[in-house]
Design a protein around this ligand. Structure first.
Ligand code: ADP
Length: 363
């Protein structure tokens, strides 16, 4: 018997789990020395208190306290919770199991066994994050395959048809027209590939800002001249500074150019009957606002909530080329600049996209 007591004492003194015996009110009446490592308090400091006294306030505020106090009503169950370690600010995840003690005097009710599971919780979080990135990548790949097989085929078919025509007819006129068409299709292919690479970079969190002084008006004028007028010569695109003094902003030149270019090309691409595209710029105190208004086909109400989702295209654009990738990239780039993007659209009447970019970004 003496030998058995000694063995129990050795177990209690050397266990790495915290073992406590609780009275009928669940107050701790006995605790192993491992309480120092697990809770950051000596057995003396925790005797007379309850396990729930050690819960981290941020954990309690996120949970219904009554579910926590049910700790004790379910012997055999396993409960995970967060505590502050001793008097420090360090948060630890603990897991406790409870077993009911049925001893004659009815002085004690429960035995709890608690271990620190912080490392495994963090490992699980890391694994879940990796899994979600992996799932996003896999969704990205499958969307990419369907877009590539569909949208990339059209420019290739146009190029192929022009080559066939040039083989048959070699008049200067046909050659000029053929080359121009093929150049346009190659530009389109290049920009689709650039979009895909951009999106992949964003999905993998690899896009960073290279901040410099950016002349927004110069970008808008350059996009009108090199991207819009070239591809949509019949559409008149006008820019007007409506408010404030023109000033530069701190931002990433190529990302801001991408934002403006995508919004302007969309406005032209989805315009109807050669209607104009109007760009209004307001230089406010802390940010600049750009409004791009078209009188095009508009966005059906049912699609409006999803158009910033990558690969999403509204139901009324199936006969107009595109991948549904540009706007999702625009949204991410605006977010990286701590800006805002919104739009209003009436199906059949037109759309107005609005971006607001701060002059300086506090990162
Ligand atoms: P894409 O232009 O390649 O289809 P985007 O990602 O740029 O892809 O845009 C996503 C979708 O949002 C478009 O397919 C279209 O349905 C809708 N959209 C964007 N801009 C406009 C606009 N100015 N007018 C009408 N629809 C628009």
């Amino acid at each position: 018997m003496v030998a058995t007591d000694r063995v129990y004492q050795l177990i209690a003194e050397h266990t790495t789990d915290l073992i406590c015996i609780h009275d009928l009110e669940n107050t701790i009446r006995f605790a192993t020395p491992s309480s120092g490592a697990i809770l950051g308090f000596t057995p003396k400091e925790i005797i007379g208190r309850k396990l729930t006294d050690f819960l981290a306030p941020e954990f309690v505020s996120e949970m219904d306290f009554s579910t926590l106090t049910r700790f004790f009503d379910h012997p055999g169950s396993r409960i995970r919770y967060q505590v502050r370690h001793g008097n420090s600010n360090r948060l630890r995840w603990l897991e406790s199991t409870f077993s009911r003690i049925d001893e004659g005097s009815r002085k004690y009710s429960l035995l709890s066994s608690t271990r620190d599971i912080t490392e495994s919780v963090h490992l699980t979080d890391d694994l879940m994050n990796a899994l979600s990135t992996e799932q996003q990548l896999s969704r990205f790949k499958s969307n990419l395959y369907s877009v590539a097989s569909h949208e990339f085929k059209t420019p290739l078919a146009v190029i192929q048809a022009n080559i066939e025509m040039l083989k048959i007819k070699k008049t200067p006129n046909v050659i000029d027209m053929g080359l121009e068409t093929m150049e346009g299709e190659i530009d389109r292919l290049n920009s689709m590939i650039a979009d895909m690479l951009q999106l992949k970079k964003l999905t993998m969190g690899k896009t960073t800002l290279k901040l410099e002084n950016v002349d927004l008006i110069a970008i808008i004028e350059d996009v009108i001249e090199s991207d819009c007028t070239k591809a949509y010569p019949e559409i008149e695109t006008k820019v007007k500074v409506r408010k404030g003094d023109v000033q530069n902003l701190r931002g990433d030149f190529s990302l801001i150019r991408y934002i403006i270019s995508n919004l302007l090309i969309n406005a032209c691409k989805f315009s109807k009957n050669n209607t104009p595209v109007n760009i209004g710029v307001d230089f406010e105190d802390k940010f600049v606002r750009v409004e791009i208004a078209d009188q095009g086909i508009g966005i059906p109400k049912e699609d409006q909530a999803s158009i910033f989702t990558s690969f999403y295209r509204a139901r009324n654009v199936s006969n107009i080329q595109g991948t549904g990738v540009g706007l999702s990239i625009v949204k991410e780039f605006v977010d990286l600049h701590k800006g805002k993007i919104s739009f209003e659209s009436m199906p059949g009447e037109g759309s107005t996209f609005v971006i607001e970019l701060p002059y300086t970004i506090e990162i």
